[in-house]
Design a protein around this ligand. Structure first.
Ligand code: MN
Length: 318
């Protein structure tokens, strides 16, 4: 799935508000947007909070109703300077990219595309699929040292799982108490799905061990979760700050969330549409190359129409 990030999410050039020095619970409402025929709750970036570690984008979609014609249809579009993470709770999505990859992703599996200097992809629910669609699309900003590298794609069907009381934790990216995800990671980063174990009743909070150097945030996908005195539900991001050795979280039955963490990203990002860069010049170059179909982004074998890039807002009208 794609952004696009717009000025409604976060103004391209305005500095983020400060980071609290230590643990906090700051609940920021998500913005409703539409992507590929789906309504999404955009938790990142927001004006109040642009990044958590290198996590710079988070769209929560669904659950949609079941039936034909449902699901997502996002035609070929480009990316630079980021990794895309597709994670499903329910449904199926086929990823096709300009590297020649074609990969079906199902719940509990990770699709991770690394854009580097440029890649293009399309994502759609198979036409034969009749169930509901529910999941999240995330972006990870690449640091300067890797963001000009070649693009790549990986699918991880097996991920480490840990149990914390009534909570089942699946490690998408990074390490959690010795459980190490095989996914490519370019900065200190953590992505974990927390799910209330089906066979247990909610009771004492689950206590998740954390790296105190990382800042963290929680995006609830279903049900509700309690963090201290705050109850977090779908449609919001709970920013938790840094300096925590552990997180006590109370999971209501049936609840599910993504715990995002990372070392605060030390580079200033400029995000426009589906591009993550540092300068306007880089964005303009990528926009021009996509619009002219240069070899930089390659070709995607997709039945869907290619998505045109909007003209950067800071350029004078033609
Ligand atoms: Mn995309």
């Amino acid at each position: 799935m794609s952004g696009p990030v717009s000025a409604s999410d976060a103004q391209p050039d305005v500095a983020e508000c400060g980071r609290p020095a230590g643990p906090t619970v700051e609940v920021v409402s998500s913005r409703t947007a539409s992507v590929g025929g789906l309504e999404v709750r955009r938790a990142l970036p927001r004006r109040q909070r642009r990044t958590i570690g290198a996590w710079c984008f988070a769209d929560h979609f669904g659950p949609t109703g079941a039936g034909p014609g449902g699901g997502i249809r996002v035609g070929p579009h480009p990316h630079i300077g980021l990794q895309t993470v597709t994670w499903l709770v329910e449904g199926e999505v086929v990823h096709t990219d300009s590297l020649g990859s074609e990969q079906l992703v199902r719940p509990g599996q990770l699709n991770l595309m690394t854009a580097g200097r440029g890649v293009a992809h399309a994502e759609q629910t198979p036409s034969s699929y009749r169930g509901a669609l529910h999941g999240v699309q995330l972006w990870v900003a690449q640091p300067d040292v890797t963001r000009y590298h070649d693009p790549s794609f990986a699918h991880h069907a097996e991920l480490p799982v840990a149990e914390y009381g009534s909570c089942r934790a699946t490690v998408l990216i990074g390490n959690l108490a010795g459980g190490r995800s095989p996914a490519r990671r370019e900065t200190g980063l953590l992505g974990v799905e927390l799910a209330a174990a089906a066979d247990r009743r909610a009771g004492e909070p689950a206590v998740i061990p954390l790296d105190r150097q990382f800042e963290h945030g929680l995006v609830v996908l279903a049900g509700e979760m309690a963090v201290g005195d705050d109850v977090v539900r779908p449609g919001a991001l709970a920013y938790l700050g840094a300096g925590r050795d552990e997180l006590a979280v109370g999971l209501a039955p049936g609840s599910r969330a993504l715990l995002l963490g990372g070392r605060p990203f030390g580079e200033d990002l400029l995000m426009w549409w589906n591009f993550v860069a540092r300068t306007r010049g880089e964005i303009e170059q990528a926009w021009t190359e996509w619009e002219h179909g240069t070899p930089r982004f390659g070709r995607v074998a997709s039945e869907l129409d290619r998505i045109a890039a909007p003209r950067p807002s800071w350029l004078p009208a033609e």
